[in-house]
Design a protein around this ligand. Sequence first.
Ligand code: C2E
Ligand code: MG
Ligand code: MG
Ligand code: MG
Length: 272
Amino acid sequence: QAKQSGRSTLRFFDPDMQRLALERAVLEIDLRKARFDDEFELYYQPQRGRDGSLIGAEALLRWNHPTRGLLNPNEFIPLAEEIGVIVPLGAWVMERACAQAAAWQQAGNRPLQSMAVNVSARQFLQANFADMVQGVLQRTGLDPNLLKLELTETLLVKDIEGTAIKMAALKRLGVRFALDDFGTGYSSLSLLRKLPLDQLKIDQSFIQRIEHDDGDDKLVHSIIALGKTLKMNVLAEGVEKPAQERILSRHGCDEFQGFLYGRPEPASQFRH
Ligand code: C2E
Ligand code: MG
Ligand code: MG
Ligand code: MG
């Protein structure tokens, strides 16, 4: 229809499109003017070992929007990436998560072995990303071995050489890396071998029906075997049922994360 009318602006007469464009524009303004300390908060979700012990936590961002209430990352991270706010926001997340991990470490009743922080492509591709992380580690005093950066396959395939160099620099500090949402992207086996990854996180979509779907069961079994071959630790995401844990455990999965063990919670409620 746009072609018939000869103008591509026709779609803006569609009320749905117009509403969406307006919502996005308003959200963009809110995101640009948000004061991070007041409006953003990190939630923490536990990661468990084979014996049920608490191994680590993943920091997950929430936006306490002044009028819309609590927003999940899928409602604002894509926009934050697009307009570049993810760079300062991601640095804020790094600082907060590392400070929290250092505080828990000092309180020390049962120390965590890792604090996982999600890193978006645009953030990682910044020339000063490694310096930013190093600065945060120095300021917060967190042992670099406790910091685990979660990268995605889409990020890794963008600039393999540059990524490898950047990862190597961070590895020298002692920082570890996990490959998030594994199985949903396009990473090749040679890529997994080339990059210094410590952990594969199997995407929750493969876990969801594992107890009913023989295909998913076999697939997950071979992902775990692949992880072992590559000497990586393997974590299953989105574990919700004991039956799923039993199957994963039988296949040799090293770590587990999901509602079965705990939902993401504010630091004050995260018990360890
Ligand atoms: P992710 O890194 O794969 O995080 C796991 C997501 O799965 C989280 O959603 C978590 O709440 C959810 N989840 C955990 N266990 C279960 C379960 O048993 N069942 C189900 N159905 N879901 C479960 P959340 O917190 O909404 O985050 C979504 C995504 O947003 C994250 O996926 C991550 O990619 C991104 N994200 C979150 N925080 C940050 C951040 O600080 N920076 C960046 N760049 N991305 C972030
Ligand atoms: Mg993650
Ligand atoms: Mg994931
Ligand atoms: Mg995800």
